[in-house]
Design a binder for this molecule. Structure first.
Ligand code: RB5
Length: 144
């Protein structure tokens, strides 16, 4: 199960991403917003809560730039959120950072690219090995 949410700036992109991922067989839990104005830190908290608790495997967050969502998401324990706007970074944040939340900007990239990046994010595995140690060091920062 994949958690997804957006603020008012990301509604159309979220709809496009849900449609594309559903067609590929992914199951999504849509946390809103469906159009009413919403503060992105609250949406980041809702979606990341599901990921941090293990109820959802990964999360997708969309706001105007993706930046506010990523700043907020990375405040939540257990969350490694990546702002994704190109395929290389999207692939490598899974391979090397084991990112569990992706953030995208509805005012910075198009819906077609967002759908493609979401699929890359959800289908690329973590490489582990030396990268596990680095991810563990990130986790250790949460407890300092
Ligand atoms: C909302 O206008 C906008 O600030 C928000 O979507 C996002 O871009 C914040 O980072």
């Amino acid at each position: 199960m994949i958690a997804i949410g957006c603020d008012h700036a990301g509604v159309e992109m979220k709809k496009a991403v849900i449609a594309a991922l559903t067609e590929k067989g992914f199951q999504l839990r849509d946390m809103g917003t469906d159009g009413e104005p919403c503060d992105y830190p609250n949406m980041a908290e809702s979606v990341c809560g599901l990921v941090a608790s293990g109820e959802c495997e990964k999360g997708i967050l969309i706001c105007g730039t993706g930046i506010g969502m990523s700043i907020a998401a990375n405040k939540i324990k257990g969350i490694r959120a990546a702002l994704c706007s190109d395929s290389f970074s999207t692939k490598f944040t899974r391979l090397h950072n084991d990112a569990n939340v992706m953030c995208m900007g509805a005012r910075t990239i198009g819906c077609g690219l967002a759908c493609e990046l979401a699929e890359i994010f959800l289908t690329t595995g973590f490489e582990g090995g030396r990268h596990q140690r680095r991810v563990d060091l990130i986790t250790a920062l949460e407890n300092k």
